[in-house]
Design a binder for this molecule. Structure first.
Ligand code: SF4
Ligand code: SF4
Length: 419
């Protein structure tokens, strides 16, 4: 943020402080002089200063936090989670399951709070550091330890057997200038997406390479579980593997993988040094370069019972990667009259409920959040919900038993409507 923007944003603080009583100013100065006592004695990974700042906030973003909306528990509210995280770091709270679990079941890491926060905090990001410290101290509850161990054992979310169909589909990508990094959730649950990429690649004459046997999990789930050492190992492996292929660009269908490779790998010391795109950006580029064209889906019989159609913006794609216009534009091209933008769209989207480790520690709460999100589409009489994230697709498929939506991945529709 530029200095001018910062001054504009935080100018109100200077004004507020200047208007306080002298005794308040003196107390603030004393607090600043003694600030060390509010910090842990040992070096920690958590951002203590900003945990304190958030903990002292009157929960200004609480109204838009999907976790607290679903659970109705104050321990899941953003500022309260920051407070719990801070108290755990300071040893003011015992490091037992009942105190630790709210941080994991109560945050989908959706960055919804960041949209409203005057300090630009995403509580999920603040909690990553707390998770890393708790992991190091070996005090995390057993389900989280088991989850980290599962990734350590498989170098992925699932065992290799779970990826057989996807691995077969990926055989087609044997040579090319673009590297396709398939996410664990897609490989394990929705290999149809890979076939859709194949169709788009063929039509656009894009040459793609992917080596499923050599690729490991991107590392994002390990970060949520506090296992930074494993996240680094995964990043080091993937980075060396991808670099050895000497590609010119990378595409990922999973926003979480895209964010990890693009933003987190450089922070962990592994810059891939080529452009990294989410598939919605890739398709947008292909359309602009006129390498592909899309039909009007409204004219086809297959779609007539499934309109109006809408798009669910995955939180990582919209808020962490800032990819908000491309999916909507692509949807409008395919459904010019019957595409209906949801009231909570783009950066104001609401989470599908399966972000972070909520589904690992409290699947009922994850499902409740997914149902809350589907309900927002139901109120707008939508028939088909399209998304562009394998986790959102998976969570909606699970929550759809109470609804009758058609749930589709953006790539599948593009592959069906490509000319
Ligand atoms: S994230 Fe920002 S707005 Fe939300 S509780 Fe923390 S400081 Fe307040
Ligand atoms: S990241 Fe999302 S779930 Fe976590 S506190 Fe912020 S709004 Fe709530």
């Amino acid at each position: 943020m530029s200095l001018i923007k910062k001054l504009k944003k935080y100018g109100w603080m200077i004004k507020a402080i200047s208007q306080t009583k002298f005794s308040t100013k003196r107390a603030m100065a004393k607090g600043l002089r003694n600030r060390k006592k509010y910090f842990p004695k040992k070096r920690v990974k958590a951002d203590i200063e900003n945990l304190i700042n958030c903990a002292l906030c009157p929960n200004m973003c609480r109204f838009d936090c999907p976790a607290v909306q679903a659970s109705k528990k104050e321990t899941h509210s953003p500022a309260m989670k920051a407070k719990i995280g801070y108290y755990l770091e300071m040893d003011y709270l015992e490091k037992v399951e009942e105190n630790i679990i709210p941080l994991f079941e109560g945050c989908v890491h959706c960055s919804g709070c960041k949209i409203w926060c005057p300090f630009d905090f995403a509580v999920g990001d603040l909690l990553d550091g707390v998770a890393a410290d708790l992991f190091e101290q070996d005090v995390l509850p057993q389900p989280i330890k088991n989850f980290s161990q599962r990734i350590r054992d498989n170098n992925g979310l699932y065992k290799k057997e779970h990826y057989l169909q996807a691995t077969k589909s990926l055989e087609a990508f044997n040579e090319g200038e673009i590297y396709y990094f398939p996410g664990c959730v897609t490989m394990g649950n929705n290999a149809k997406v890979i076939d859709s990429i194949k169709i788009i690649a063929n039509k656009s004459s894009s040459s793609i390479i992917s080596k499923p046997e050599d690729r490991w999990c991107c590392g994002a789930p390990s970060i949520y579980a506090g296992d930074i050492e494993k996240a680094k190992e995964l990043a080091a492996h993937n980075s060396a593997h991808i670099k050895s292929l000497e590609v010119k660009a990378i595409i990922c269908e999973c926003p979480e993988c895209t964010h990890m490779l693009k933003e987190q790998y450089p922070q962990l010391g592994f810059d891939l040094e080529v452009p990294i795109y989410h598939v919605a950006e890739w398709v947008d580029i292909l359309l602009k370069q006129k390498k592909i064209a899309l039909k009007n889906g409204e004219e086809l019989d297959e779609y007539k019972d499934w309109l109006p159609i809408s798009f669910h913006d995955p939180c990582v794609l919209a808020r962490k990667l800032d990819v908000v216009d491309q999916p909507t534009e692509i949807m409008k091209l395919m459904f010019p009259e019957k595409f209906k933008e949801n009231a909570y769209s783009k950066e104001h989207t609401h989470c599908c409920g399966f972000g972070g480790l909520v589904n690992i520690v409290n699947p009922e709460l994850a499902l409740k959040m997914a149902k809350n999100r589907l309900d927002e589409f139901s109120q707008e009489n939508i028939k088909t919900i399209v998304t562009s994230c394998p986790t959102c697709w998976y969570s909606f498929m699970k929550a759809n038993e109470n609804f009758e939506f058609e749930i589709r991945d953006l790539l599948e529709i593009i592959a069906e409507l490509i000319e």
